[in-house]
Design a protein around this ligand. Sequence first.
Ligand SMILES: *Cc1c(COP(=O)(O)O)cnc(C)c1O
Length: 383
Amino acid sequence: MTEYARGFESLVIHAGQEFDPATGAVIPPVHFSTTFAQDGIGGLRGGYEYGRSGNPTRTALQTQLAAIEGGAHGFSFSSGLAAEDVLLRAALQPGDEVLLGSDVYGGTHRLIARVLGPWGVGLRVVDMSDLDAVRAALEESAPKVLWVETPSNPLLRITDIAGLAAIGHEAGALVVVDNTFATPALQQPLALGADVVVHSTTKYLGGHSDVVGGGLVLNDDALAEMIGFLQFAAGAVSGPLDAWLTTRGIKTLAVRMQRHSENAAAVAAFLEGSDRVARVYYPGLASHPGHELAARQMSGFGGIVSVALESGTAARRFAESTRLFQLAESLGGVESLVNYPDAMTHASVRGTEAAVPVEVVRLSVGIESVDDLLADVEQALGA
Ligand SMILES: *Cc1c(COP(=O)(O)O)cnc(C)c1O
């Protein structure tokens, strides 16, 4: 089957989804069993032994993740942060340092600063969209890991992945891209030279705000072996139903990202035309400083739009006045959400270099009727 599934829209549907040989079921069953019968001691069927070390439903998701990101090895975890934790512990030793993008998911900063920091991992922060600043930071000391989100969260800064990979590799660093915002439907970091792709599959890959999960995709065999060992030995695996829901979500990723991008472009253009708005952050706008780079590096601009109102008070009022856009953390589901980063998703980085301006509101633009979305934004601006 998969030899006929070459295009991205085919891979999302068919990779890891061979029909069940026993029954012909087109959708492979969810395997809930925690243990697997052995044909004599050590006689495993298909390599499965115990649910933490391996499960066919998780294998299906991992195969799908690897295929859609164009990598050799895929791993799934119980959350995006569990995936990040395993990657960082596989790649780092005490005394090593991470160079982190200045505007990344708040929990990534917290994990490195407050969980890995006490174990001896150093952290420096730099604006990754400014490659000269990255070069200067690499001259000061040699980090083991360069970690970037592009588009970044929540200011949608765009980093040149190929450029960053080149200077990172010259400095001997592992180049990691958190591809949660763009997804492989719009951007393929491994093909651009990155070493590892990270996902919170909780967001667009799952796509329906009903399952928490994380993923890693990479090509390096030795690092993959270490990640596989930590996944097994530390145990933050995805459960079978979580893996199955994520797999089902990914099947519609290509069409969802197309519609998310169209709706977000309309919302961004509408906001840019309002005199109550100080600034709109959306890479699809010609006014965005990373627009040309995004147009080259991505095949669409994604569903996240951030907007600066005139003050923190105005931003809070806007975030509390939308009706169709529900006030909630997270992003990437089919339904639209509004988030006030300073007090919600990014509260843990308040007062650090990664803090988000108090005027900023982040919109996760869903795939509802675009007219309803625009009407909601309009009424909230007037509130
Ligand atoms: C949500 C998110 C994470 C963390 O993932 P969880 O699934 O919540 O653990 C990491 N990176 C980005 C960009 C995210 O949006």
